[in-house]
Write a protein that binds this ligand. Sequence first.
Ligand code: LLP
Length: 415
Amino acid sequence: MDFFQYQNNKLFAEALPVSQLAQQFGTPLYVYSKATLERHWYAFDKAFGDHPHLICFAVKANSNIAVLQTMARLGSGFDIVSQGELERVLKAGGDPAKVVFSGVAKTEREIARALEVGIRCFNVESLPELYRINDVAGKMAKIAPISLRVNPDVDAHTHPYISTGLKENKFGVSVEQARDVYCQASQLAHIQIVGMDCHIGSQLTELQPFLDAADRLIHLMKQLNADGIQLKHLDLGGGLGVPYTNETPPHPTEYAKALLEKLQQFDLEIILEPGRAITANAGILVTKVEYIKTNESRNFAIVDAGMNDMIRPALYQAYMNIIEADRSLAREKAVYDVVGPVCETSDFLGKQRELAIAQGDYLVQRSAGAYGATMSSNYNSRPRTAEIIVDGDQAHLIRQRESYENLWQLERLLP
Ligand code: LLP
């Protein structure tokens, strides 16, 4: 459930009409609903009840500092993959003691900064990374808390570009190698083993792959116990899918229930790293129809948002719903390819969509709150779009629209 609903045929973001927001802030425009962000975060948090748990929002899904601040105020933890994400979390008032640090290429500088601020755990992705963390921690006279990212080799049944838990993927350490890596970790002076983690992929619409992964981790954990290694937490990563159209992913409650059935017997804190499930349907991308163009084979709705603003359809052939901001206008229905201004054939928001629109109308791409703004670029020298958060009947500008000067502000002319 989200708070983008029609009232008298006009789409509202909480208590504000989307067309009005578009006029006030201009387009393209990312609009997030605070109540939806909170509702989705609580859906995960409440699902685990009294069992010790920590919901670490995956910052890569939406890293605007006001979005992170909203989570931080709920008591959220954060899953980060770079120092940039760490600095954002700190800026937003997030608690470093609730930060887990994933990613295959952590640099010495990033490791040092994470140790300096005292993060909760490094999710280690390889043996050389483990030794690097030990070295950096040694130089700083610190002990680094670590978890090993285990690659459980399960098929997440999702798009190959967002599947991460197979042996052919670059992530984590195989189950076969993990026991040895843990044994080595237990010998290192500046390493403290605290957990085990995995992340098998994104936009999963069934529970079974998560449960298979959990089984493999539990099996490995029992072997480690026999080796005298005790874990404090198990981190199952992110990956729970969302309905972009008619998918029916499991609810967080169902997921938590199934996990608790497996894990209740162990004295372990459960960590999850959801990104998309919290923010995707808490955001929309509002765009204006610049032109309607028709030829013998197609109708095109040419809009002012392009693949630089939202790359998911171009990159993953992702289907995202497109709806009219105002259905009270008298318009004929027709089938359109909704395309952007960028000079690439892959620049589309959606194809073959039935819409009732005319030039100048606003369209809304739904489910744009995750992997939208964070994956945007300046391609074709297009300034990045503004972002706002709606909170009831209040709209807050949380990222100013870029200016043309912003495009080249870090560039220099030759002497
Ligand atoms: N934890 C780790 C270690 C991850 O790599 C990811 C996502 C997450 C958590 C959060 O996963 P989520 O709950 O959002 O599925 N750009 C793609 C998605 C890439 C996901 C990468 N890793 C898209 O737009 O579909």
